[in-house]
Design a protein around this ligand. Structure first.
Ligand SMILES: [Zn+2]
Length: 248
């Protein structure tokens, strides 16, 4: 087969993955053999999970489409609207999975009430398989991990700063309106329920609460999974301030 040349252009956030010299412009690539558009895109360092609509000479196509002659390809990032409607997904049902190096981001997402599982012991293989099995969006700074075929939902986290990372997730996925702060356990992701002082559950957990706190506090909640008890102590004001900044 003789070689051919294709023209490819990436739009919006997808340019973050390209070297400066290739951003926002048509890139010409010499090809020696047929290959799928997915292969082509990933060979340029862009994980398939970041990609939305693709057009081949102006016509919408799937990323599995094989290219074997000169064409022009336009690649757009996934839009959260398409993503939700494709799955008929209510925003409250978006579930996450944090890569091992994103512990700080994970705690902040839980603080905002977003369902986010995490372990600093999970291998890449485990992360990929949990993401696929539980239909969780994998959050990671490892773009090669996102290129694994079984991962259908993933988000490459651009920033290294946890505060910026939260903002990235909330903005890209338009989650600010659906966050329910202080409804999840920061330690284990379990849902919190309110803990009434007149219940057996309270009595059996009483020793976990310092007497100094019991003297003034009348409102507690408890994690349904791990049993950790939360109350609005001095740290609460700090957390509330953080939440206000994230959701502003
Ligand atoms: Zn818990």
């Amino acid at each position: 087969m003789t070689g051919f040349e294709i023209e490819i252009i990436f739009f919006l956030e997808l340019n973050d993955f390209l070297p400066q010299s290739k951003r926002e412009k048509s890139i010409r690539l010499s090809q020696k053999m047929s290959r799928s558009i997915k292969d082509l895109i990933e060979s340029m360092g862009i994980p398939h999970t970041e990609v939305g609509n693709i057009k081949l000479d102006g016509v919408p196509v799937d990323s599995s489409q094989v290219v074997s002659k000169p064409v022009r390809i336009e690649v757009y990032p996934f839009s959260i609207k398409d993503f939700r409607s494709a799955d008929h997904l209510h925003p409250n049902e978006i579930k996450f999975l944090g890569d091992v190096h994103l512990g700080s981001l994970v705690r902040k997402l839980r603080l905002l009430g977003l369902d986010t599982v995490y372990s600093n012991k999970w291998t890449d293989l485990e992360l990929a398989s949990i993401s696929a099995k539980e239909d969780r969006m994998l959050l990671t700074r490892d773009r090669h991990l996102l290129m694994r075929k079984i991962i259908k939902k993933g988000l490459y986290i651009r920033s290294t700063d946890p505060e910026m990372q939260v903002s990235e997730v909330l903005s890209r996925l338009q989650l600010r309106d659906i966050c329910k702060p202080f409804t999840r356990c920061l330690l284990c992701n379990g849902l919190l329920i309110s803990l009434d002082e007149n219940t057996d559950l309270f009595q059996s957990n009483r020793e976990k609460i310092p007497p100094k706190v019991q003297a003034w506090c009348r409102n507690y909640s408890i994690c349904r999974l791990c049993g950790k008890i939360y109350w609005k102590g001095s740290h609460f004001t700090k957390l509330q301030a953080m939440v206000n900044v994230y959701l502003a």
